[in-house]
Design a protein around this ligand. Structure first.
Ligand code: PMV
Length: 313
């Protein structure tokens, strides 16, 4: 019997990516309509525990004694959870299926891990505070991304808008009034790990200028928080525009991102920027409900691979 056990959402970074790695604040929101689902199938006694990642060409991970030593993120995550719960691998297969685009700045890796771990908790008939779950997902994010700030796993595990500073308890953001975002996928896959390490090189080679860019992004995030909490959306749009320019200077934009950002602004968005690691992946724009349709059509007409919209509340 198959049980659709658990799921985890995608995420969008609204403001502050990259600078967050250097201790600056960042704001991220859940994108609840795109999700990873974990389905459990009981296996015959003694057959062991395995994971099928449907969207990764049905990649099968057998979680046995040998898999304890490999750096396979799904196997490592499973073992960490078994150890924490004090259980042996159950006889079961967990199948992970996701409609979150991979490598496009939406936290697909963290969502995969979160859904898997929630399914294991379901099998074991146990619960775990989000805080603890978040710690494990963060450990696995390190395998995926090297030196992640922890923002992806945090917003995905808590599924709430967060104001995040590396190393501090995430703060729940109070959204004064729901607002709409349109998200456009450039269709270009890009590695967050590479973008983060390129920013690090920039930082090492040109510390003064890079630090100024990072500081300026940090200040924008503070202003952005006030705008969200105070219902000042025209201002928030302008802050997003300025954030995009600073990210460009950090070398993490790309021609297609710049094109879509410009197109969204022309089509009436209050503000637009890249989101996540950059170089490809997605851009976001802040829109009033009356222009959602026209902004989406314009983005598609200008080469966006796919578009979505969501309400942040
Ligand atoms: O590309 P994403 O969605 O995984 O976002 C990465 C965000 C960065 O700030 C660039 C890196 C990080 O670890 O926070």
């Amino acid at each position: 019997m198959n049980i659709l056990a658990r799921s985890a959402c995608a995420k969008i970074i609204l403001l502050g990516e990259h600078a967050v790695v250097y201790g600056k604040p960042s704001i991220a929101v859940p994108f609840s309509t795109l999700r990873t689902f974990a389905t459990i199938a009981a296996s015959p006694v003694g057959s062991g525990f395995s994971i099928t990642a449907v969207d990764l060409d049905n990649q099968l991970t057998v979680v046995d004694q040998q898999s304890q030593t490999v750096e396979d993120p799904l196997a490592v995550a499973s073992w960490k959870m078994f150890e924490l719960l004090g259980i042996s691998p159950p006889d079961a297969n967990i199948s992970l299926h996701s409609n979150i685009p991979i490598a496009s700045g939406m936290g697909s890796g963290a969502a995969l891990t979160t859904a898997l771990l929630r399914a294991i908790l379901h099998i074991a008939d146990r619960t775990l505070p989000n805080e603890k779950l978040n710690e494990i997902v963060y450990e696995i994010e390190k395998i995926h991304h090297g030196t992640p700030s922890g923002i992806d796993n945090t917003v995905i595990v808590y599924e709430k808008p967060v104001y995040f500073v590396r190393g501090l308890e995430p703060e729940r953001l109070k959204v004064a009034h729901p607002f709409s975002l349109v998200i456009a996928d450039t269709g270009v896959s890009a590695s967050t790990k590479v973008a983060v390490s390129d920013v690090r090189k920039l930082y090492d080679n040109n510390r003064l200028v890079t630090q100024q860019l990072i500081d300026s992004i940090g200040e924008l995030v503070l202003e952005g928080r006030q705008a969200i909490e105070g219902n000042h959306f025209v201002e928030l749009g302008a802050i997003m525009n300025r954030n995009h320019e600073l990210l460009k200077e950090l070398t993490v934009s790309a021609p297609m991102l710049d094109k879509l950002v410009e197109c969204a602004r022309q089509a009436g968005a209050l503000g637009a920027k890249l989101t996540g690691g950059g170089r490809g992946g997605n851009m976001i724009c802040l829109v009033t409900p009356d222009v959602i349709g026209s902004v989406k059509s314009s983005l598609l007409a200008n080469g966006a691979y796919r578009v979505y919209d969501t309400i942040v509340q």
